[in-house]
Design a protein around this ligand. Structure first.
Ligand SMILES: [Zn+2]
Ligand SMILES: [Zn+2]
Length: 208
């Protein structure tokens, strides 16, 4: 892989995922921006780890590095608070329970793209999700299931994004996820098209 090979990577963790034991102090947003392994890079730290008291700092820090501001939301209990704060997009843990599926609707109502995180790892039932969702194929988890069996019935129902879910810099890869997408005949959906011009402009100027 060469720098800039990937069109996008929207699922990356940094030091703002404070309670994640895999993240080390050297993994700053600056390091991710410096590595530049994808053309469009979004940081998606765990919402529950920073939102309480570092949201403003997080947004300004990422904007200054020209990184998209995402977040990874851990199910229904966090949805209300997460939807009340502005992000470029949400990555969402949707376990197989009614309140988590309702949380998807609530996040979609913000008008921001909602990416369903590694559904094969959380037993998310894809037929319970609205087709407006983006479904993630990520390098960290895709190989832990029979991807043809799990995803093939849904390749025409959803749009898909491919991500690393990197918790350390050397995880900034997508080779297995891209192989799975190729076998599934999936054409990746690019977030720049999802966001639209107005949304991107608002986000870049910090108007929330
Ligand atoms: Zn996750
Ligand atoms: Zn993650």
């Amino acid at each position: 892989m060469q720098n800039g090979t990937y069109p996008q990577d929207l699922h990356i963790h940094t030091i703002y995922s404070r309670d994640d034991s895999a993240v080390v102090p050297a993994q700053t947003p600056e390091l991710i921006a410096r590595v530049r392994h994808a053309e469009l890079i979004g940081i998606s730290d765990h919402f529950e780890h920073f939102a309480d008291n570092e949201y403003d700092h997080y947004v300004h820090h990422l904007r200054a590095l020209d990184l998209l501001v995402g977040t990874e939301v851990d199910g229904a209990p966090s949805v209300g608070f997460a939807a009340s704060l502005a992000f470029d997009y949400y990555i969402y843990h949707c376990r197989d329970r009614a309140e988590d599926y309702r949380g998807v609707e609530r996040l979609l109502a913000t008008g921001r793209p909602v990416i369903i995180a590694h559904p094969n790892a959380l037993d998310t039932k894809l037929d319970c999700l609205p087709p407006e969702c983006l479904v993630e194929i990520n390098n960290r988890y895709i190989w832990r299931c029979d991807w043809m069996q799990f995803y093939a019935p849904f390749t025409h129902r959803f749009r898909f994004v491919i991500s690393s879910d990197a918790h350390q810099p050397q995880w900034l890869g997508q080779s297995v996820a891209r192989r799975a997408a190729l076998e599934l005949g999936i054409e990746e959906s690019l977030l720049v098209n999802e966001l639209g011009k107005v949304a991107v402009t608002d986000a870049r100027t910090g108007d929330q």
